[in-house]
Design a protein around this ligand. Structure first.
Ligand code: FDA
Ligand code: NAD
Length: 436
């Protein structure tokens, strides 16, 4: 008979949301044996953003342990001993392959059966593959994707091997494209980025903002080819990639290829059992799904974004942490006959690469106005953008801000102050936010 275990709470997915949910359970009061976290990855929950930053850049001896949650918010690191001491079963290297929400049963790849009273779905996202765009790549060596710790270790090893002037093509001009191109260049790769949009980070940056980053990257020796799609690869007799073919007929030499063409929430286990919306699992403002006692957190949740009055899904770490904490508070409140307020999230995205660091709060809709000095030659750049909709500032971006300045722009995005004109914002620049 298959091994069967029963818990009051099970978290499927040991990523950012899983780790922060575990901590919140302990804050709220948890008895030994009540909680299990089941994760496909071989390591405890960690701050995933580090995979494309310090971790990938730290050469042959990367250490992940210092990035275990809750490093990202300055909290206690949750080493395996932390889970043991709290009586939490941390079940690693174990993939749930079947979920039956009606009978409250999960089955793992090694045949274990897990029963739960309350389920927290925290399965995050996976990467989109080039094959999904019709590109043959399955059997080609030295094409790398990045989502989990094992991807990062493989990529770091390849970066070491190919670094001596190795030519590396990065496909994708989003978050991963930007962060990994910087890490590769810092490791002496000759990097060419290619992406289909007219400028980098098209989903957030304006053309003016992008021109700073593109200029900065060019000064660092990174070549950028825009408005282009990869259509295929050439290989040598070992099946290793040697060239990337572009849709305009150009061919780029490549010893390795790194791909960041988007993420997709991991919801397939629950298809047909929960209501979905906008590609994710639909929840209410307390992260309850359409099925009683089943919650969805982090990247997989499509939740009511109260500030903008619409359902949204967010694929960023800050929301993964906060949604996890909120859901656990809600679960405990229901048990104790209390209520908790609705989740009221202000979108917050950030990134770091080379010596740069930016933060964005709010919504990037409406008209924009750039402020500050966005000359890519500036060694200490500080500039930003306000987004204005219906006469109100709804989003703010700042490169090179201090923590006080970043707090100030967050306050603006939350308060949505009205402005007389874009000229006022342009003249006042950052002081509009710091004087609010
Ligand atoms: P997350 O992906 O963290 O965890 C999901 C977990 O579930 C994984 O451990 C996975 O193995 C597991 N799992 C999935 N299916 C399973 C199954 N069937 N059985 C068992 N386990 C299963 N955001 C940001 O704001 N700033 C940043 O700088 C970055 N940087 C960044 C870098 C890189 C390389 C990536 C990939 C992502 C980022 N992000 C980011 C995004 C951020 O990391 C992401 O939004 C959060 O990790 C989402 O947290 P979740 O817990 O929802 O998923
Ligand atoms: P992304 O959505 O940021 O960027 C995807 C990019 O893929 C687009 O910008 C585009 O340039 C490119 N693209 C789309 N279709 C293409 C095609 N047919 N051919 C070539 N390129 C194409 O996704 P990502 O950079 O892959 O990141 C994956 C996930 O990780 C996302 O959820 C992202 O939010 C998260 N992430 C976040 C951060 C951060 O917040 N700092 C950092 C890294 C990763």
């Amino acid at each position: 008979m298959a091994d069967e275990k029963s818990y009051k709470y099970v978290i499927v997915g040991g990523g950012v949301a899983g780790g922060y949910a575990a901590r919140e359970f302990t804050n709220q009061g948890l008895k030994p044996g009540e909680l299990a976290i089941i994760s496909k990855e071989p390591v405890p929950p960690f701050e995933r953003p580090e995979l494309s930053k310090v971790y990938i850049d730290s050469g042959a001896n990367p250490t992940l342990a210092k990035h275990y949650v809750c490093a990202g918010t300055g909290g206690e690191r949750q080493y395996p001993k932390w889970y043991k001491d709290k009586g939490i079963d941390l079940i690693l290297s174990t993939e749930i392959v079947k979920a039956d929400l009606a009978s409250k049963t999960l089955v793992s790849d090694d045949g274990q059966i897990f029963k739960y009273q309350t389920l927290l779905i925290a399965t995050g996202s996976t990467f989109v593959r080039l094959s999904e765009f019709g590109i043959q790549e399955a059997d080609i060596k030295n094409i790398f994707y990045l989502r989990e710790i094992e991807d990062s270790d493989e990529l770091a090893l390849a970066m070491e091997i190919y670094k001596k002037g190795g030519k590396t093509v990065v496909i994708g001009g989003g978050y991963l494209g930007l962060e990994l191109s910087a890490a590769l260049r810092a490791n002496n790769h000759e990097v060419t980025m290619i992406f289909p949009e007219p400028w980098i980070m098209h989903q957030l940056f304006t053309a003016e903002m992008a021109s700073f980053y593109e200029g900065y990257y060019a000064n660092k020796g990174i070549k950028i080819i825009k408005g282009t799609l990869a259509t295929g690869f050439n290989t040598n007799s070992n099946g290793e990639v040697t060239e990337v073919k572009l849709d305009d007929g150009r061919i780029l030499e490549a010893g390795m290829v790194v791909v960041g063409v988007g993420g997709r929430p991991v919801t397939s286990l629950f298809k047909g059992q929960v209501v979905e919306e906008k590609g994710g699992i639909k929840t209410d403002a307390l992260f309850k799904t359409s099925v009683p006692n089943v919650y969805a957190l982090g990247d997989v949740a499509t939740f009511p974004m109260k500030i903008y009055g619409e359902m949204r899904r967010v694929e960023h770490a800050d929301h993964a942490r906060k949604s996890a904490v909120h859901a656990v508070k809600a679960i405990k409140a229901v048990e104790e006959g209390r209520t908790v307020p609705d989740y009221d999230y202000l979108p917050y995205f950030y990134s770091r690469f080379f010596d740069l660091s930016w933060e964005f709060y709010g919504d990037n809709v409406g008209e924009t106005i750039l402020f500050g000095d966005n000359d890519p030659k500036n060694s200490k750049p500080k500039f930003g953008t306000y987004w204005v909709k219906d006469g109100r500032v709804v989003g703010v971006f700042l490169e090179g801000g201090t923590s006080e300045e970043n707090k100030a722009i967050a306050n603006v995005a939350r308060a949505q102050p009205s402005v007389e004109s874009l000229d006022v914002l342009s003249k006042e620049g950052l002081s509009f936010a710091t004087n609010l």
